[in-house]
Design a protein around this ligand. Structure first.
Ligand SMILES: [Zn+2]
Length: 384
C-alpha cells in the first residue's frame, strides 16, 4: 500500500495520434497549410529518421509522453523499416503501451530512390513483417497499425492492400481524413469516382472498428453517418487543427450522431504531447463555436474532456476492459498528479470547496510542467 495523498490518482491518458519522427520540429510552422508544412518541416525529418536516429529519438519521445501523463500512444513512424524496429524496441523497453506503424506512401513520397510500383510491393511486405514481429508483443502491450499516410500519398491499391492486411492480421489501420481544405481538393482530383474523401477509404475496405482516422474535421452528413455505421474511430486533434489553421471540428454533432471519438496530440502539427493541452484546445474550440452560434451543443465540462482522453481512447482501441478508468480488474494504467502545482498563487491553497471538477479544470486550463508526478502501465512506473 502506497499513500500518495495529497496527490490524485487518475487513469492514464490515451493519445490516439502522434508522429514519432516529427517531435524535434514541434512548435514551428503555425498557420502554414498542411501540404506546404509537410514539405518544409516534416518530410526532411522523416527522411532522416533512420535506425540510428530512431534509437536516439524514440526513447526520448516515450519519456516525454510519460512526463505528460500519456500511458498509451498510437503513433506513426517514418517509411524506413529498421527505424520501426527501433521504435518498437524502445517502446518495449520503456514500458509504455503503444500502437505503432510504418508510414506507407507510394505517391508524393520522400523516398525518391524507388519507383512507385516497387514502393507498393516493398511497403506492403515490410509492413506485414513488422506486424508479424511486433503485433501483440508483451501480452498485447505493443500493437501494430498498418499506416497508409493519407489518400494524397497513396494509390487506391496501396489503400486497399493495406486494409486487407489489417483485416487479415487483426491489426489496426490508421490514416488521416479531411484535415485541410487543400488536401480535400487534392483528394477530389486524385479519386474522381469517389463520392467524397470518406468514400475513398470505404472503397478500399478501410472503414472498420479497427480504423483510426485522424482529424476528420470537414465531413458531410453522409460521411458522418457512414463513419458511425462502420464503427471507425476518429482521433480528434484540436491543438493541431488550430496550429495549422485547418478548421474546427463540430464535435457536438459527431458525438450526438454516435461517433467513436478519442483525442490525439498529432505532434508535431500539434505543438505539444500533452493530452491535457489537447483537451484545452478542444474546449476553447467548442466554446468559440458555441459562442458564435455554430456549435449544436453547449460547452463540454472538464469531466467530459477527461473521459474523451482516457476511457474514450481506451474504448476506441477496443481496450476499454483493460484500461481508461480507475476500476477494479483493470490493468493499472494510471497517473498521479499534484494539484497544488496548478494553483494560481504558489503556496496559497485553494478554498476548501475544491472538488474533482475544480481540480480537473485547473489541470486542463492551468497546467504546470511538473504536475504529473508519475505514470504507470500495468502497475509499472514509466521512466519520464
Ligand atoms: Zn498526423
Amino acid at each position: 500500500m502506497v499513500d500518495l495523498r495529497p496527490w490524485v490518482v487518475m487513469p492514464g491518458l490515451v493519445d490516439l495520434h502522434a508522429h514519432l519522427p516529427q517531435l524535434p520540429n514541434a512548435g514551428v510552422g503555425a498557420g502554414m497549410h498542411l501540404l506546404a508544412w509537410l514539405e518544409r518541416y516534416i518530410f526532411p525529418l522523416e527522411r532522416a529518421f533512420d535506425e540510428a536516429t530512431a534509437e536516439q529519438l524514440a526513447p526520448a519521445a516515450f519519456r516525454a509522453f510519460a512526463r505528460a501523463g500519456t500511458t498509451t500512444v498510437v503513433a506513426y513512424g517514418a517509411i524506413w523499416q529498421p527505424s520501426l524496429d527501433a521504435c518498437f524496441r524502445a517502446a518495449e523497453a520503456h514500458g509504455i503501451r503503444a500502437v505503432i506503424g510504418k508510414v506507407m506512401m507510394d505517391r508524393l513520397s520522400y523516398d525518391t530512390q524507388l519507383e512507385p510500383n516497387e514502393v507498393l510491393e516493398l511497403s506492403l511486405r515490410q509492413s506485414a513483417e513488422l506486424c508479424e514481429r511486433w503485433d501483440g508483443r508483451d501480452d498485447g502491450r505493443l500493437r501494430y497499425a498498418f499506416t497508409p499516410r493519407f489518400a494524397v500519398s497513396c494509390s487506391a491499391e496501396m489503400l486497399r492492400e493495406s486494409a486487407r492486411l489489417a483485416v487479415a492480421t487483426g491489426a489496426y489501420w490508421q490514416t488521416h481524413l479531411a484535415e485541410d481544405r487543400g488536401e480535400i481538393q487534392e483528394v477530389r482530383k486524385l479519386f474522381p469516382d469517389a463520392l467524397d474523401y470518406t468514400d475513398v477509404y470505404d472503397r478500399a475496405g478501410g472503414l472498420s472498428p479497427r480504423a483510426i482516422l485522424a482529424h476528420a474535421i470537414h465531413l458531410s452528413d453522409r460521411e458522418i453517418a457512414r463513419l458511425v455505421e462502420s464503427g471507425a474511430v476518429v482521433a480528434h486533434c484540436p491543438a493541431s487543427n488550430l496550429f495549422l489553421a485547418s478548421g474546427a471540428m463540430p464535435l457536438g454533432r459527431y458525438l450526438a450522431a454516435g461517433m467513436r471519438v478519442g483525442l490525439g496530440s498529432d505532434v508535431a502539427a500539434g505543438p505539444d504531447v500533452s493530452i491535457f493541452g489537447v483537451m484545452r484546445a478542444g474546449a476553447y474550440t467548442q466554446n468559440a463555436l458555441h459562442g458564435m452560434g455554430l456549435g449544436s451543443t453547449a460547452a463540454m465540462p472538464p469531466a467530459a474532456w477527461l473521459r474523451l482522453g482516457t476511457l474514450g481512447g481506451a474504448e476506441a482501441l477496443g481496450l476499454g476492459d483493460r484500461m481508461g478508468s480507475v476500476e477494479d480488474g483493470k490493468e493499472a494504467d494510471l497517473i498521479v498528479v499534484d494539484p497544488s502545482a496548478t494553483l494560481p498563487l504558489p503556496g496559497v491553497q485553494a478554498s476548501a470547496d475544491d472538488g474533482p471538477d475544480e481540480i480537473l479544470s485547473r489541470l486542463i486550463y492551468r497546467p504546470h510542467p511538473e504536475m504529473i508526478r508519475g505514470a504507470w502501465v500495468r502497475g509499472r512506473l514509466l521512466p519520464a
